[in-house]
Design a protein around this ligand. Sequence first.
Ligand code: PRP
Length: 177
Amino acid sequence: MSEYRLEVLFTPGDIESAVARLAREINRDYRDKNPLLLGVLKGCFVFMADLVRALDMPLETEFVSLSSYGPGRTQSTGTIEVIQGLRKPVRGRHVVVVEDIVDTGTTVDFTIRYLRRRRPASVRVCALFDKSSRRRVDVPIDYRGFKVPDCFLVGYGLDYDERFRYFPGLYCLKKDV
Ligand code: PRP
């Protein structure tokens, strides 16, 4: 049976600094706009929780649940499944999409189109991790935490078959053969 090894890419301290910087940028741009932070579950939940607590202004939160990686997969399937859609209108709202990672860009592209049909005042994207080398769809990232290498990433909300999401840093999962 194969074993896995986790190599640290970012410590919890590295991530905390990046979240604080992103929060400063969002505070600067959205003060007095009562933005709606829209988390894309499940991966966003750790980042979203830290980000909203670092923001210092009135805001609201909402979530959609989308999935592009099926169980046991290490590659995006390229097809998005809406598991839980929006439960309140976004018409006229300033929406910030909160993503843990942008990989091929399929999920963010889908999310932006999904939102625009509902007539928000504006849509921007905040992603903690950007795996730009794997991009298939060109998507805007207005607030970016880190550029990350093309390895299988886990921790800080990211999983491998639902494992490791709760780990506090970001790790590269290596398979020992
Ligand atoms: C991950 C991640 C992003 C998406 C990025 O979600 O949370 O939403 O993949 O990949 P893409 O840029 O290639 O679309 P996943 O589908 O694994 O679901 P999860 O958040 O429930 O783990």
